[in-house]
Design a protein around this ligand. Structure first.
Ligand code: UDX
Length: 446
């Protein structure tokens, strides 16, 4: 295995906190840095400010072993580490589709002037193509060591809910380097990831722009695949076809594959929606708006799923929402996460509430975050609580707890046994046998 490296990770959100813990697990000495003292406080006590399976255990393990610590002081990290990871956010800019680069840029302006010894900076944040080349030049300009401060791009592909697994066992590692300035970036990345590379994980070294684009393209492809099946679901709905059987049949073609062909409420979260918009915005800046124009359609199909479910719900309760009670099961944008950023589930709950329904939301993990975004909804303590006296149940996030819920018991607590399965995740026959009128997505009602 490789040598122990001294590593800093700037940004301790989903990406940074997981990466910091993962690097400690790979045998390195790690310091996590964030400007938010509350986050640093929690993490230092081994507590994680969001829900991510397996992460608290990993952080506790390495905080206790001394391999992992946290600070708000960038100077401490600059002094300690020779490898610095950028894991700060690149959210959607207010009033625009482009990525807000203030956190990445701000970090470089702070860190680079502190680099008095040779150092390698590896960017992980999702950024518009061209950013890394600009930052590499800026680092050289600002760092006291000059050319010995080198920057590469090492995009991250982790999924929420599988963040630890994806960090320790990635499908591939991609590292972008400045091709016209051979430096230490590739060698340092090989040292950092030695344990993973020893398992023959594909390691792809590219120029900076390619590395940035791999990430943008991966997310654009995944979003397109989901919207593709959701567009087909619209056709299925109009023609009486069944999108689930159709997706199964498509999926047997290994050029297509069954993954990400789950028709339903569509994609949300902190990545796919903003990343496809930023990717498109960047193409526009490059004068290549047409190349990624299809992503507007991908976005539009995706958002249409949410209004479609609101319409289905309105029809199911007799055409008018005021005076009805609707249980919405799920608030997180996907299961095994407490993330409600751009969540289809919470959007639907909010729209039904705006339409005049009494909406009762239950989510196993995301209710605290949901209540911040949608404080006027009612939050229930359990599936059963949410469903009590409901005229309609909408399953909006495919948590295991909902898949396994007992349709017979639930039929007894609701006012009307009607369910909209917004994620095609329920065992249809069992619900129908229990007396429910069932509507899935892209399939005819039963
Ligand atoms: C995604 C990418 O997968 C990851 O590689 C990248 O680094 C960040 O963005 P994540 O946001 O954690 O990760 O979620 P993911 O599991 O990809 O799901 C995205 C959304 O698509 C979720 O809202 C999910 O419910 C939805 N989805 C997924 C579908 O609607 N149908 C599917 O078949 C699959």
């Amino acid at each position: 295995m490789g040598m122990t490296q001294k590593i800093s990770v700037f940004g301790t959100g989903y990406l940074g906190a997981t990466h910091a813990a993962g690097m400690a697990e790979l045998g390195h000495e790690v310091i996590g840095v964030d400007i938010d003292p509350a986050k640093i406080d929690l993490l230092s006590q081994g507590k994680v400010p969001f829900f991510e399976p397996g992460l608290p255990e990993l952080i506790v393990k390495h905080v206790n072993s001394g391999a992992l610590r946290f600070t708000t002081d960038p100077a401490e990290a600059a002094e300690f580490a020779g490898v610095h990871f950028i894991a700060v956010g690149t959210p959607q800019k207010r009033g625009s589709y482009s990525a807000d680069m203030q956190f990445v840029d701000g970090l470089i302006e702070t860190l680079a002037p502190m680099l008095t010894r040779p150092a390698v900076i590896l960017g992980k944040s999702t950024v518009p193509v061209g950013t890394a080349a600009r930052l590499a030049a800026r680092v050289r300009e600002l760092a006291p060591v000059g050319d010995d401060a080198q920057l590469g791009w090492n995009p991250e592909f982790l999924r929420e809910g599988f963040a630890v697994e994806d960090t320790l066992n990635p499908d591939r590692l991609v590292v972008g380097v400045e091709k016209d300035r051979p430096g230490r970036v590739e060698a340092v990345a090989r040292e950092v990831y030695a344990t993973i590379l020893a398992r023959d994980t594909p390691f792809i070294v590219t120029d900076l722009a390619t590395a940035e684009l791999v990430k943008g393209s991966a997310n654009a492809f995944l979003a397109t695949k989901i919207s593709f099946i959701n567009a087909i679901a619209e056709i299925c709905e109009a023609t009486g076809a069944d999108v689930v059987q159709l997706a199964d049949a498509l999926g047997h073609d290994d050029r297509i594959g069954r993954k990400f062909l789950g028709a339903g409420l569509g994609f949300g979260g902190g990545c796919l929606p903003k990343d496809i918009r930023a990717f498109q915005a960047r193409a526009g800046e490059l004068g290549l708006g047409k190349s990624l124009a299809f992503l507007s359609e991908v976005d539009a199909v995706n958002l249409r799923r949410r209004s479609h479910v609101v319409e289905m719900a309105t029809r199911a309760v007799g055409g008018s929402l005021p005076g009805t009670t609707i249980a919405v099961l799920g608030a997180a944008f996907k299961p095994d996460s407490d993330d409600v950023r751009d969540s289809p589930a919470l959007d639907v709950a909010g729209e039904l509430h705006l339409g005049g329904a009494t909406v009762r939301v239950y989510d196993p993990q995301a209710m605290r975050n949901a209540a911040v975004v949608q404080p006027t909804l009612t939050y229930a303590d359990s599936v059963e609580d949410a469903c009590r006296d409901a005229d309609l149940v909408v399953v909006a996030t495919e948590w295991q707890e909902f898949r396994k819920a007992d349709p017979v018991a639930l039929a007894r607590v609701v006012a009307h046994p009607r369910v909209i399965d917004g994620r095609n995740c329920l065992p249809t026959q069992a619900w129908v046998d229990a007396g429910w009128s069932y509507s899935g997505m892209g399939r005819h009602a039963s």
